[in-house]
Design a protein around this ligand. Structure first.
Ligand code: CA
Length: 249
């Protein structure tokens, strides 16, 4: 017997974007329920038990940030936030409040579907072990023995570098905010020390990336955090595009 198609709860008040989201989801194996109101979204989440929530931050009643906080009081359903330019602080607050990822308007169908796949995969794995060995491209992180290698060559990391990398690896494909990384690696008193991250991320890139100025694995999400890129093929460093240019201060 086939499983039912996953149900997406879409919370969005712009008619044009509503139409785009609904059409994209229905054409790609999702069921879809739509609302323009934050309060209605919370009621629908409880009544319809969606598999994933696409949540606009700017809503006419309560904002998406509040919806995220209230939903996370009782639900672990993955939330992908939809934000406009200028809502960077709200976007980061939503991620810190438990949202799983974000899309910045305008975005395309393939980007939307890729983000949703990652969020659903992580939700399916929640509670399970993240996987003892994480691999992407030529990078391999063997958690039980704390061994990191690139193209089979062992890379020696400091304890902090390893903790930073393994934190990203446990959530491979997902953005992790600055605050989440600082809390996880250094502890709650250090959550404002974003310069620590810049220093250690530069060191990690220097050790892991063929070209640290155009990282292939450790991606910067400007103003938000970092992401370990998922699903890279082996041995294709030269052909792959686009790599990311580092433009952080
Ligand atoms: Ca809106």
């Amino acid at each position: 017997m086939a499983l039912p198609e996953p149900l997406a709860l879409v919370v969005e008040d712009e008619p044009e974007l509503q139409r785009f989201l609904r059409a994209t989801l229905l054409a790609n194996g999702y069921r879809c329920t739509l609302t323009a109101s934050g309060e209605q979204a919370l009621a629908d989440a409880a009544a319809k038990n969606p598999d994933i929530v696409l949540l606009d931050l700017g809503l006419p009643d309560i904002d998406g940030l509040e919806v995220t906080r209230r939903l996370r009081e009782w639900s672990r359903t993955p939330i992908v936030v939809i934000s406009a330019r200028g809502q960077e602080a709200d976007k980061v607050a939503a991620l810190d409040g438990g949202a799983d990822d974000y899309l910045t308007k305008p975005f395309g169908a393939s980007e939307l579907l890729a983000r949703m796949r990652v969020a659903l995969r992580h939700a399916a794995r929640a509670g399970d072990d993240p996987g003892a060995v994480v691999e992407t491209g030529d990078l391999k992180i063997d958690m039980p023995v704390r061994r990191v290698s690139v193209e089979g060559r062992e890379i020696r990391l400091t304890p902090i570098e390893y903790k930073l990398l393994s934190t990203l690896a446990r959530s491979i494909g997902k953005v992790i905010t600055h605050r989440q990384l600082l809390r996880e690696v250094w502890g709650p008193p250090y959550m404002g020390q974003t310069h620590y991250l810049r220093v250690y991320m530069a060191q990690l890139r220097h050790k892991l990336e063929a070209n640290p100025a155009r990282p292939r694995y450790l991606l910067t999400e400007p103003g938000v955090g970092y992401r370990l890129r998922e699903g890279l093929a082996k041995g294709t460093a030269a052909e792959e595009a686009p790599e990311q240019a580092v433009s952080e201060g």
